[in-house]
Design a protein. Sequence first.
Length: 264
Amino acid sequence: MSAAFGQPPTNVVDGLEQLVTGSGEPVTVFAHGFAGDIAGTRPLGSGVTGRRVFFHFRGHGRSEAPPGPWTFGDLAADLRAVADRAGASRAVGVSMGSGALGRLLSETPDRFERIVCYLPALLDGVRPQAAVSRTARMLAASEAGDAAAIAAAIETELPADVRGTPPGDAYVRQRTAQVRAHPLAPQIGTLWREPAVPDVAALTGFTGRALVLGCLGDEVHPVAWAERWAGLLPRAELFVYDDPAVLWHNRRDLRERISTFLND
């Protein structure tokens, strides 16, 4: 059991670090993005009723890092293991986490009753250079273990008006400490050698309801990806923010939008 960086104690179960909050039904599992962590996804579930299960994918936090290469099928297996153990009927996927969620749904369309995809991942095709560069920059800084390099890599992801502010600096410190304590596994870089979802048409078989949240102006998560997800999932609602810094400028609305959808 471990408590770090101001969050409640976590447990490693079957090789995956997890944190459970709340109680009762329904149960919602939260899947973070690349280089993300439990602390970063917890705000998305602050208004969600029932039990909330947060976890670290392989190669993140204290979760195990099996030999690579890895695929999104491996991440989908991580997500499935956590969701099955908790009895989760709902899921929230952020960026890379949504890619794992999509892969799982392409294999088991009826696994979840409701899902939320925030800044959804590329399903197939070629990632933009901004995304490729971000991955390389973060993995290199993590491997070097240099605090300044890690902080610099993280700071580039902050909106200009947040850099150098107390909240921005606190975020950079927290994330830097997390990555230094638990470096990202280099195997993560092999994920994008093949599509997240090889058969995207399989997503049309999803039997539940979906909320897809995208934003304009995000070079790493083009809005076209969110539109494609919403077009493939049969019962999907799409909402697009006009500001790429959603977590900094529209956090309350984001949390309320997610909780309203999942609690309805």
